[in-house]
Design a protein around this ligand. Structure first.
Ligand code: ASP
Length: 476
């Protein structure tokens, strides 16, 4: 047991967690699970989160302060952002390709889709006073009369009209927060990167980019100060950084147990019986399968291929062996931010990426590079359109590429952030943002999967950047 690699132990924890949750729901132990097992999962995430911010802060400062040539940073920064952007747009392309080929929305019965379409038209009418962007109107065009009548009665249409005017409270709150983001000016995101008060930024998990900004600036200033003046400060920062890394080490020793608790808790809270979990899945299976295929293509095809192309000596199995603990943790926590300390450790200790590159590229990636999230958003939006018989034109799909890229950059690295930001993508192509409620039931599980892609994307890019900067020291 002692010599077993960590990722194998984590897989055992994962599998036992799933098996346990099925036993727990069959025997009616879910309340016990939520009260007595789930809290340990929460404790684990809290520990990882409190390590993440100081670790990012100290590791960036220490990495940047050690730069001999300050211009390296600008070059590395441009490369990092360019690469991140390219992988995100590519991931969206994969998502759009799959959803247009598989057409998961068309798997749902035609009658149901016509009903959905009518509700959509009523929504467009109440929201804009016009007709849908695709120019079709089941409600007024005699061409669709027969189809309309076979699916709906006049009373049902009246009932729908009433429903459209009411919005569920929980959705309304999500809409408000996404709308706030949308209504802000184009440069707002740059303004938001600059802290007003560093202490506040450090104390708020959502302000990671401000912490990164401060850390780079602070590190750069150290780098240009006279060496002998700042040497004691650098020594303290380096030592503190080492202590936080050691903390990650210690926590990870117990990770298999914590992962077991996390999984048992998540499933226990999702449904009371195993049959219910399966039921949730069945109703949205064509959509979930499309997302999972896309995510699988990225994880098992694209990323290892990129690494193979750019980095000699990191084959398929080595790539996965090196980053597996971070991937499993991403799956269990659904949060790239919580996984960050372990991602940094995997890349530095296993892959051999230098501290300078890992501490710069990975924290930025955790916040801005979310390939899995953007792929999922593209699939979800087109699926929802298909489900409501809305044809999206090529131009609209291009808008999806743009907005999904931006909204994945803007999404916080925490569970379900991608779902909330999807509202912006839906609105950009004239669809009803309240539709996020339709994909909500399966969102947690897909969130677990897309977070693995988000973290794997960061790991891939940091390995390639390290190689191109001569900062990769391949271990074993
Ligand atoms: N949970 C994802 C992450 O932290 C974000 C999302 O897609 O919701 O990477």
């Amino acid at each position: 047991m002692k010599s077993m690699p960590l990722h194998v132990k984590i897989i055992i924890g994962l599998v036992l967690g799933v098996i346990y949750s099925f036993i727990s729901s069959s025997l009616g132990w879910n309340e016990f699970t939520v009260n007595w097992i789930d809290p340990f999962g929460k404790i684990f995430i809290r520990i990882l989160k409190f390590i993440a911010v100081p670790l990012v802060l100290f590791s960036i400062i220490s990495g940047v302060a050690s730069l001999k040539d300050v211009s390296t940073l600008g070059r590395m920064g441009a490369k990092t952002l360019g690469f991140y952007l390219a992988t995100t747009v590519f991931a969206i392309g994969v998502g759009l390709f799959l959803v247009n080929v598989i057409k998961p929305g068309n798997f749902i019965e035609e009658e149901q889709r016509i009903k959905n379409r009518v509700k959509y038209e009523l929504w467009v009418e109440s929201a804009t006073g016009g007709i849908p962007k695709d120019g079709r109107s089941f409600l007024t065009d005699p061409k669709y009369r027969a189809q309309l009548e076979s699916a709906l009665t006049v009373e049902e249409i009246e009932e729908y009209k009433k429903q459209v005017s009411k919005k569920p409270k929980s959705i309304e709150a999500k809409l408000n927060s996404a709308n706030k983001t949308k209504n802000e000016g184009p440069l707002k995101f740059i303004v938001d990167m600059v802290p007003q008060n560093v202490i506040l930024s450090v104390s708020n998990n959502k302000l990671m980019l401000q912490v990164i900004f401060f850390a780079i600036f602070f590190g750069l200033t150290i780098a240009i100060c006279p060496k002998e003046r700042v040497a004691p400060l650098v020594a303290i920062i380096d030592a503190t950084n080492d202590v936080f890394l050691k903390m990650v080490d210690l926590v990870m020793k117990a990770a298999p147990f914590f992962v077991f608790c996390l999984l048992a808790g998540v499933i226990a809270r999702m449904a009371d019986t195993p049959a219910e979990v399966l039921e949730i899945f069945k109703s949205l299976s064509s959509y979930s399968i499309t997302v999972v295929i896309g995510l699988g293509v990225m994880i098992f095809g694209i990323y290892p291929l990129i690494v193979k192309l750019f980095v000699k000596g990191v084959g398929y199995s080595k790539f996965f062996k090196n980053i597996a603990p971070a991937q499993f943790l991403a799956f269990s926590t659904s949060s790239s931010a919580a996984t960050l300390p372990v991602t940094i450790e995997c890349l530095e200790d296993n892959m051999g990426v230098s501290k300078k590159v890992a501490s710069f590229v990975l924290p930025i990636g955790a916040t801005v590079n979310m390939d899995g999230t953007s792929l999922y958003q593209a699939v979800a939006v087109v699926f929802l359109a298909q489900l409501h018989m809305v044809d999206l034109t090529m131009a609209q799909q291009m808008i999806i590429v743009m907005t999904a890229t931006l909204s994945s950059i803007g999404a916080a690295a925490v569970p379900s952030a991608g779902l909330v930001m999807m509202i912006i993508v839906l609105q950009s192509v004239g669809l009803n943002p309240a539709w996020i409620a339709i994909v909500f039931p399966v969102d947690r599980i897909l969130d677990m999967c897309r977070t693995v892609v988000n973290v794997t994307g960061d790991a891939t890019v940091s390995t390639v950047i390290a190689q191109s900067e001569g900062e990769l020291d391949l271990k074993n």
